[in-house]
Design a binder for this molecule. Structure first.
Ligand SMILES: [Zn+2]
Length: 134
C-alpha cells in the first residue's frame, strides 16, 4: 500500500517505487527535507541573490583597482590597486565556487562553469600574490 500518488496520472504508487506502474513516469523523491542543517547554512550563504551581490561587489573591487592602477604613479598606488584586484577576484571566486556547489537547482553546465571560473580566479590571485612576495 502506497502513501504517494503519481504526479502525472494520479495513480497510487506502491511504497519505494521508482516508476509509476500505470503510466511509467519517474517518481520524484523528496530529498530536500532530509538535508543536514549545515547544508542549509551553505544554501543560504550561497543563495542566488547573495551570489549576485557578492559577484557585483567583487567586480566593483576589480574595477576600482583597475582605475587606481591607471592613475597610480608610484609603488603605493600599484600595491593598493593590486590589493583591490586580489580582494575582488577572491570574493568573486569564492562565491562562484560556493554557488556552483550548493545551487543544485541550476543547470549542471552552468554550475560546472561557475566552479571552473571561481577556481581560476582564486588560483590567479594566489599565483600573483606569491609572485609579489618573492
Ligand atoms: Zn502515473
Amino acid at each position: 500500500m502506497g502513501d504517494e500518488n503519481c504526479s502525472k496520472c494520479g495513480a497510487e504508487l506502491p511504497s519505494n517505487s521508482k516508476f509509476c506502474l500505470n503510466c511509467g513516469v519517474k517518481v520524484e523523491k523528496e530529498t530536500r527535507s532530509e538535508r543536514e542543517p549545515i547544508h542549509e547554512v551553505f544554501r543560504f550563504l550561497f543563495s542566488k541573490n547573495l551570489i549576485i551581490a557578492a559577484i557585483l561587489f567583487g567586480i566593483l573591487f576589480i574595477w576600482i583597482g583597475a582605475i587606481v592602477l591607471t592613475f597610480s604613479t608610484d609603488l603605493t598606488g600599484y600595491r593598493a590597486a593590486q590589493t583591490l584586484n586580489s580582494l575582488g577576484f577572491f570574493i568573486t571566486g569564492v562565491f562562484l565556487i560556493g554557488g556552483g556547489i550548493v545551487n543544485d537547482a541550476m543547470d549542471k553546465y552552468v554550475r560546472v562553469g561557475m566552479i571552473v571560473i571561481g577556481v581560476y580566479m582564486i588560483t590567479s590571485v594566489l599565483a600573483l600574490t606569491s609572485l609579489l612576495i618573492h
